[in-house]
Each structure stands twice: as C-alpha cells, then as structure tokens.
Design a protein around this ligand. Structure first.
Ligand code: HEM
Length: 460
C-alpha cells in the first residue's frame, strides 16, 4: 500500500510543479516582462548562482539585461531595472516599502534598516537621524574619530621602518568598528587594541554581535551619557527615553537590533571604501603625488589631526573620495522596493502594485556612457566642468528616505583618516593587486576574492 501512496504523492508533486511553472510563465501578472525562462520558473536558479556559486547572481542579472533589455524578471516574483534614469523614481521620489523576503535574510527585523513598511521606518528613524546630522558629527569628531585615529596611527607607527607589512585593510575595519561603537554606544569595542586587529575573530564576532551589542546598548540607554566628557547623550539614551515613541518601540530587543545594524552597516562599508582608495592611491604614483601636494599645503604640521570642515573643500582629496566610493559601490546587492497599493511606470511598462523592483549600484557606477573607462580609478574625472553630470549617477549611500543614515559619519571618517595618513606617512603596497580590492562576491556588501589578505603596505 505504501508504494502506491508514495507514487501518488510524487505524481501530485510533479503535476503541481508543472502547473506552478505554467502559471509563472504564462498567467502571472508579471508574465509580460521578459527574462530567462529558467529564472522565472524557479527560485532554484537564483539559489544556484547566489548560494552554491557564492554571491554571483548580480553578474548573471547583468548578462540577462544584455539579452532581454533594461527591465527584466529575475525570479518568479521580482523585476530588475538597469537604467540609471529610473533610479530616483524608485529610491528618491516615491516613498516605497522594502521587500520582506529580501530584508529577512539579514535578521534583526526590528532595526530601522530591515523595517519593511515605509511609515514604521519613518517613525523609527526619526529618533536616530538627528544623532547623525552633520552638526552632531562636527561636535563629536575630535573626541570619537580623532581619538580613534590617534590609536590607528600608533599602530601604523609600529610598522614604520621595520619592513614588516601592515594589513591596512584589516586595520581600517578595526578603526571603523571602534568609531561606530564609540559614537553610538559610548564604548569602543577596542579592535585597534588587538595585536591582529581582531582579524581572526571578526567573522565570529559578526555571528555573536547581537550578544555583544545587547550589553553595551543596555548600559548606553541607561547611562544617558556618551563620551568621556559625559556631556552628550548616546543615540540609545535618546531612543530609550523618547516619550513620544510607544514603549514597545523602546524595548531592549528593538534597541539591540538597531545597535547590531549600526555596527554591521558602519564597519565594512566604510572600511572597504578606505581600503579601495588607499590601494588605488598607492598604486598610481601620479595620484599619490597630487594628493600629497594638496595635503602638505593644507596641513602644515603633519602631526595634527585635521578637521573635517577644513578638508571637505580640498578638491583633489574630494575627487579621490568620490572615485573611491564609485569603485567600492557601497552595497552590491540589489535593493528591492515595493509599492504596496499603486502601480509604478517604467517607460511603456506598468509594474503592478506589490511587486518587488530593484536596481544595483554596480550598474550605476560602472556605466561606461557616463564614466569613461569605468574600471579605471581616475579622480580627475571629478575635476572636469562636466562632473556635475557624473554626480547624478553616484549613489553609494542610496537616496531618499531609505538612504544611509550614517553618511555624514562615513564622510567624516574617510576625509579625516585619508588626510591624516597620507599627510603623515610614506607608504608602498606590499604584495597587493586589484584582486585584493575588486568585488568578486556579492554578500550585500562587496567581498573580494576568497583567500585575499586584503590591502597590505610597507610604512617607510
Ligand atoms: C562608505 C560608507 C557607507 C556606505 C557606502 C553606506 C551605504 C549604505 C547604503 C547603500 C544603504 C541603503 C541600503 C538599503 O537600502 O538596503 C545604507 C543604509 C544604512 N547605513 Fe550605510 N553606508 C556607509 C556607512 C555607514 C555608517 C558609518 C553607518 C553608521 C551608523 C551606516 C548606517 C546605515 C544604516 C543604519 C542604514 C539603514 C538606513 C535605513 O534604512 O534607515 N552606514 N548604507
């Protein structure tokens, strides 16, 4: 008896699978959109390229665009657009939701970043955004960024003249982790104090970050003080005591989710960008020379830590930072958005309500029609009169209501760290090539080829 029942079950599954594929290909409201039949029929196609092959789906999507055009269906449920002119439409002008199945992969559902609904997200970020304004960063920059950078410089000094390579890529990630933990939780995680910059511990840390953050957040939300002067409330004190916000929104669980997101969103992104810029500057003598000349004129004493507001008007440094942000992309996963009730129009196409539609920063930043030789690091492109046009297509922090909340902090870190290090030290690359900075895998944040030791340098 068991065999006929099993056979019946198997036959029913096959029939159901066939019907599902027929529905997806020919009946679904998305069936009018072009795309690979395999990708549209089954989630297994994306799973294979993304999970089995290790973060390769964005490049498969790029190839599908070449074959099927600027708007395609990339799996049974989602559309993807490769047309920079459409970017502001979904990320900036409209106030859309995020896509639940996409945000769930990151865990921490109570963080503002992983909040699906636009209105709830808006109310969550209203307590956070004031803490990341330009004014607040300027107020805290010396105490948080300046002090942490002094520690990084001490570590660089240890390598000076020794002929021992310094893993500056790993050290940048330690620097950004210490800054973001100190800035948001009043306690530096102390990665820069570790002999190996916590390199071997980092992945384990990411797995356990919830536990580490919970304790720190609890303390920060009780203490009400932020920095060594004990005069500035932390963002968690603000969030925990904002009476206008419902009590459940101020629970430790929710604050911990937010804290974890600050750490994971703030360390690798900024660390990657700094590594990318450092590699390309050291790899191109002309760029190194121009940057050093500008910094020597602007910072007479190489031992001072300059201020962000004095640096951001330096044209060459600014061009280097823009180009580094362009080539490190920010995030390299698609960022799906959903309009729950109204349709979205793309040219002659009508995207039905409740459909996930996404774009990818890589397509924006590597567009050869705007960025000539897009794979070449060329700060001069930002110094031409027509660079205003390029700016329209630079979106490392995304745009609109869901844009990066830490953008000002990231800019301050990048300006101050690059200016200080390149003004103070003479360095050269050590066994480092493009393979150590170019994105090879998409795990939301760009990852370089497996086995890379990151950017390393000798300090003279
Ligand atoms: C160069 C550095 C950085 C880049 C390129 C970057 C890029 C981005 C991008 C593209 C997003 C949008 C992601 C999405 O829509 O899925 C984002 C969101 C976010 N970023 Fe950053 N980020 C950087 C640094 C930071 C820093 C230092 C922090 C520190 C707190 C931070 C905190 C966040 C948070 C909390 C969000 C979620 C915002 C929201 O949904 O309300 N980021 N970032």
């Amino acid at each position: 008896m068991a065999i006929p029942t099993l056979a019946l079950g198997a036959a029913a599954s096959v029939v159901w699978a066939i019907l599902l594929v027929v529905y997806r290909l020919y009946v679904s409201p998305l069936s009018k959109f072009p795309g690979s039949k395999l990708a549209i029929s089954t989630e297994c196609y994306e799973f294979y390229h993304q999970v089995i092959r290790g973060g390769q789906y964005p490049w498969v999507i790029q190839k599908m665009h070449e074959e099927y055009g600027p708007i395609i269906r990339i799996n049974p449920h989602e559309l993807h657009v490769n047309d920079p002119a459409f970017y502001d439409e979904i990320y900036n002008y409209k106030q859309l939701d995020k896509y639940g199945p996409h945000t769930r992969q990151f865990g921490h559902p109570n963080s503002s970043s992983n909040t699906v609904e636009h209105d709830l997200h808006k109310s969550r970020t209203s307590s956070i955004a004031p803490y990341f304004t330009r004014g607040n960063i300027l107020h805290l920059e010396q105490e948080v960024i300046g002090e942490t950078l002094r520690k990084l410089c001490k570590r660089i000094d240890e390598f000076r003249g020794t002929g021992k390579p310094m893993p500056i890529g790993v050290a940048y990630r330690a620097f950004t982790t210490d800054v973001i933990s100190k800035y948001t939780m009043a306690t530096s995680f102390g990665f820069l104090d570790e002999p190996d910059f916590k390199e071997t511990w980092f992945n384990e840390f990411l797995e356990n970050v919830g536990m580490v953050v919970e304790k720190t957040v609890e303390k920060a939300s009780r203490a009400g003080v932020g920095t060594k002067s004990n005069s500035i409330p932390t963002v968690f004190y603000e969030m925990a005591h904002n009476e206008k916000v419902p009590a459940e929104e101020r629970s430790l669980d929710r604050l911990t989710d937010e804290g974890v997101l600050f750490i994971v969103a703030g360390n690798e992104t900024t660390g990657n960008a700094l590594s990318n810029m450092t590699f390309h500057i050291l790899n191109t003598p002309r760029i190194l020379q121009s940057l050093k000349a500008e910094l020597s004129a602007a910072i007479p004493n190489s031992e001072t830590i300059p201020q962000w507001r004095d640096l951001e008007h330096l044209p060459y440094l600014s061009a280097v930072i823009k180009e580094g942000l362009r080539m490190s992309y920010g995030v390299v996963s698609r960022m799906p958005r959903v309009s729950p009730n109204t349709e979205i129009r793309y040219k002659d196409w009508v995207i039905p309500p409740n459909t996930a539609v996404s774009m990818n920063n890589m397509d924006m930043h590597d567009d050869p029609s705007v960025f000539v030789n897009p794979k070449s690091f060329d700060p001069e492109r930002w110094l031409q009169p027509e660079s205003i046009e390029l700016q329209k297509q630079l979106a490392p922090f995304c745009r609109g209501t869901r844009a990066c909340v830490g953008m000002n902090l990231a800019y301050a870190e990048m300006y101050i760290a690059l200016a200080t290090i390149f003004r103070r030290y003479n360095m050269e690359l050590y066994e480092t090539s493009r393979v150590d900075v170019d994105v090879a895998h998409e795990f939301h944040i760009p990852q370089v080829k497996k086995g890379s030791k990151g950017v390393r340098m000798l300090v003279k």
